[in-house]
Design a protein around this ligand. Structure first.
Ligand code: NAI
Ligand code: MG
Length: 335
């Protein structure tokens, strides 16, 4: 039995985590949940955004499943997501995007199967910002370290080697960011020499965006810095059916927190219509991480069966099922 720290989060978070819990219970997955919340809801209840009990639970269990958390804009709050990623050095943000039978998108026929590795602790999201009120100038530092760049690039190549992938593409802006960009470029070249059987190429980020829209099937594994990775992962989501279906994982050397790419979706929160697929797929990545491959494959098959029937799906996928009905459909499709 694995004990997992469960962070329901804000907005649609509690609705989709509930759906995943129901599916795991029905499938008799050997996990037990230790619920510790954080975020806006917790703040409103207790005055604390990130309670110590959550840290204690994560440090004990080393694996978490997390719903999205609302980050209030302009109120001086630091993002809880960034805080957790930095505190536990969860330097890899793994975000797979794949076309799936039954999920409509303009690219449904193109066979996209991309895994994005986003550096998760540095870059423009380092949190190093100063505002000089007198001059009316804000500086946000794009801190990139040699070590951080090496770690994420090596992780991307190691993943490619382990999973039989053929190519790694670095997305960067070293032509303009002469220092920070070049560190990442050097790190990727260095890693590629360690994995000579894997093709390597680099692309400048703006061209990369165009290439992804024109011919996304040419990409395999992509590695990039924090800000570019944040943007590219939503772009990839758009190519394969939207934010309701793409999973993610924040991985460090001794802790991992699994969460969807999407946010708390305040526009649909509380309505019971959010798509739990993205969080469910993140939870399946978690099962793979825990070595529960058979369970992961079994639930994935039930999910894919559900996705093949549009009427069994939520509104974002053209169906009319509620979040709970969708979860029940996945349960009914378990073999
Ligand atoms: P969002 O990802 O929450 O929503 C963007 C659009 O996608 C909305 O129209 C929403 O309804 C839709 N959407 C997202 N997830 C969906 C799902 N599971 N099913 C169906 N439709 C879905 O992005 P937004 O609105 O920019 O951010 C809202 C809040 O979430 C902000 O406070 C932001 O800081 C936070 N956020 C948190 C993240 C996290 O905790 N990892 C990641 C991204 C944003
Ligand atoms: Mg994002």
């Amino acid at each position: 039995m694995h004990t997992i720290t469960l962070i329901p989060g804000d907005g649609i978070g509690p609705e989709i985590t509930r759906a995943v819990q129901d599916i795991f219970t029905a499938a008799q997955v050997p996990v037990q949940w230790e619920e510790q919340n954080a975020g806006q809801t917790t703040f409103d209840q207790s005055g604390e955004l990130l309670p110590q009990a959550l840290f204690d639970s994560l440090e004990k269990n080393r694996v978490g499943l997390k719903g999205p958390i609302t980050t209030p804009v302009g109120k001086g709050f630091r993002s809880i997501n960034v805080t957790l990623r930095q505190k536990y050095d969860l330097y890899q943000n793994l975000r797979p995007a794949k076309t799936t039978e039954g999920i409509a998108s303009r690219y449904a026929e193109s066979g996209i199967d991309v895994v994005l590795f986003r550096e998760n602790t540095e870059g423009l999201y380092s949190g190093l910002e100063v505002y000089d009120e007198q001059r009316g100038i804000a500086d946000s530092f794009n801190r990139i370290s040699v070590e951080g760049s090496r770690k994420i690039c090596r992780a991307a190549f190691a993943y490619a080697a382990k999973h039989g992938r053929k190519k790694v593409t670095l997305a960067h802006k070293a032509n303009i960011l002469k220092m920070a960009g070049t560190l990442m470029l050097n790190a990727a070249q260095e890693a590629s020499r360690e994995f000579p059987h894997i093709q390597y190429e680099d692309k400048i980020i703006d061209n990369m965006c165009m290439q992804l829209v024109i011919k996304p099937e040419q990409f395999d594994v992509i590695v990039t810095t924090n800000l570019f990775g944040d943007i590219l992962s939503d772009l990839l989501a758009g190519l394969v059916g939207g934010l309701g279906v793409v999973a993610g994982a924040n991985i460090g050397d001794d802790m991992a927190i699994f969460e969807a790419v999407h946010g708390s979706a305040p526009d649909i929160a509380g309505k019971g219509i959010a798509n739990p697929t993205a969080l469910l797929r993140s939870a399946l990545l978690m099962l793979e991480h825990l070595g529960e491959h058979t369970q992961a494959k079994r639930i994935e098959a039930a999910l894919n069966e559900t996705l093949r029937h549009r009427e069994q799906c939520t509104g974002d996928l053209g169906g009319s099922a509620s979040t709970q009905q969708f979860a029940q459909n996945v349960i009914n499709n378990l073999k």
